[in-house]
Design a protein around this ligand. Structure first.
Ligand code: NAD
Length: 492
């Protein structure tokens, strides 16, 4: 069985002091690789290599345009290796090949190209507040950044951390989820082919509670960029306080798509289904609450049911497959538990609700039918807690005020989507909804240019867009006296 190890200076380690963890293909339940995890000594070596690479004359003398050029080249290399990357990601996550080839690999390349183009456009401001002095602000890299990834979009997420971190001039240690390490390791090796110096992108493998914990507490890690659950995000924020590290947290969501009676119902239903079930619902910005105006409740349910029948679920290598499995047995059990909880809370199942049993090679995989729940009340557990699975809770509302109240009535504030032909209402809703991003009459558009700044318990900081690049820059201000007559300051 193939062994996979951490990456240091562009090379994969074949011996580490940590435990060995199996990598499972969730479509089949079979072990596909054995992962060599980092102990404290290994993390220490990785961070030391990153620090040395960051401080090296080679990296420090590289111009921002040249850093951008490397990221641009990396995007080309990603595309040239798209078959291998797609296959690795498919085996690691069970994602359908079509989703990988048509969406995720192109998105990975476009994230790299976006930040490649932005690398030499980081600008401070010139100020003018007193005579005889010249005042300006500038931006600097932090140094070594820890990029902690979830398992749901491993390759896209690695690009979302590495591209802005490098564009801003940092070095980065990636810690992928222990469930999905394969493409991070490949990505780090391809960085070397793109001309990115050894050690600027390293990869530490292992569990969050061991490798992750050691990494975030390491004194030479100056910034943590974390994407994952709210509970772990809170823990990381607390740990970071001791060394006053900068922290960016992109966390959970319980997002709502809101459909008014005047909307294009056919398009709104497409959006609701894609958003809730793509990646088997394991997407932070997916809308797992569907708020429908009560006057169209039965029409909309019929449209949904018809559309749901067209979703093909199964063999990820089949080009027509749209939906894959749950990523782990634990996530599969969680989603099934919530379907049980829904029944106990008095909800009804409009569609799905069952585990899926295959008789072929997929028999051991973690498969659940896309599930739509009706008779859901806004305060039920299935309507307020993040499930992160293919379970959509449908809630009916009377008017705009009630839609806003329900949508804002959860602890999270990541994304939302509003469907209406009334542009004034669309604007009022956009202002009233307490989420970081809102799509009006569209869904999940705008990557990578539009920033996603999480609200409430969905996190702090921002990812994507130019704002996401600035999150990897430390600000500095300077006041320079050029005139002998300029006062010393404070009117001394
Ligand atoms: P998770 O919080 O369990 O793990 C995320 C990462 O943190 C993993 O790499 C894990 O190993 C690591 N980790 C765990 N404990 C750690 C510790 N003590 N110190 C350092 N690192 C630690 O999340 P997950 O189950 O991998 O992903 C699903 C969650 O991620 C969901 O809540 C989802 O909403 C969220 N998510 C958010 C976004 C976003 O952009 N807001 C995107 C994707 C996923």
């Amino acid at each position: 069985m193939e062994k996979i190890g951490p990456v240091i200076n562009g090379k994969e380690l074949k011996i580490t002091g940590g435990e060995i963890v199996d990598v499972i293909n969730p479509a089949t339940g079979k072990t596909i690789a054995r992962q060599l995890c980092c102990d404290a000594k290994c993390v220490d070596e990785i961070v030391a290599s990153s620090k040395q690479a960051f401080q090296s004359a080679q990296w420090q003398s590289m111009s921002p345009s040249d850093r951008g050029y490397c990221l641009m080249k990396l995007a080309d290399i990603m595309e040239a290796n798209s078959d291998e990357l797609a296959d690795l990601e498919l085996q690691d996550t069970g994602k359908p090949i079509t989703q990988l080839k048509n969406t995720e690999i192109p998105l990975t390349a476009s994230i790299l190209r976006f930040y490649a183009g932005a690398a030499d456009k980081i600008e401070g401001r010139v100020k003018s507040f007193s005579k005889g002095t010249f005042q300006f602000t500038l931006y600097e890299p932090y140094g070594v950044v820890a990029g902690i990834l979830p398992w749901n979009y491993p390759l896209v997420n690695v690009a979302m951390k590495v591209a802005p971190a490098l564009a801003a001039g940092n070095a980065i240690v990636i810690k992928p989820s222990v469930d999905t390490p394969l493409t991070s390791v490949k990505f780090a090796k391809l960085c070397i082919e793109a001309g990115i110096p050894n050690g600027i992108v390293n990869v530490a493998l292992g569990k969050g509670s061991s490798t992750g914990e050691i990494l975030i507490k390491h004194p030479d890690v100056k910034k943590i960029s974390f994407t994952g659950s709210t509970v772990i995000g809170q823990h990381i924020q607390r740990q970071a306080v001791d060394q006053m590290k900068a922290v960016n947290l992109e966390l959970g969501g319980k997002n709502a798509i809101i459909v008014f009676a005047d909307a294009d119902l056919d398009k709104a239903a497409d959006a609701a289904i894609i958003s809730a079930f793509i990646n088997a619902g394991q997407l932070c910005v997916s809308c797992s609450r569907l708020l429908v105006q009560d006057s169209i409740s039965s029409d909309f349910q019929s449209i949904l049911k018809k559309k749901l029948k067209k979703l093909s679920i199964g063999n990820p290598y089949d080009k027509d497959t749209l939906i894959g499995p749950m990523i782990t047995k634990a996530q599969y059990d969680t989603a099934l538990d919530y379907i049980k909880i829904a029944a106990e809370e008095g909800c009804h199942i409009l569609a799905g609700g069952n585990r899926m049993n295959f008789s072929d090679s997929l028999a051991g995989g973690f498969w659940i039918e896309p599930t739509i729940l009706t008779d859901v009340k806004a305060d039920m557990r299935v309507a307020t807690e993040e499930i992160f699975g293919p379970v959509l809770s449908m809630i009916f509302f009377k008017d705009e005020a009630e839609a806003v109240k329900i949508s804002n009535g959860v602890i999270y504030g990541l994304s939302g989507s509003v469907w209406t032909r009334d542009s004034s209402r669309a604007m009022r809703m956009t202002i009233a909804l307490n989420t970081g991003i809102i799509w009006v009459n569209c869904m999940m558009d705008g990557y990578p240019q539009i920033p996603v700044p999480p609200h409430k318990m969905s996190g702090t900081g921002v990812e994507l867009g130019i704002e996401g690049l600035m999150a990897y820059c430390k600000q500095k201000s300077a006041v320079m006296a050029y005139d002998d007559k300029a006062p010393v300051g404070w009117n001394l």
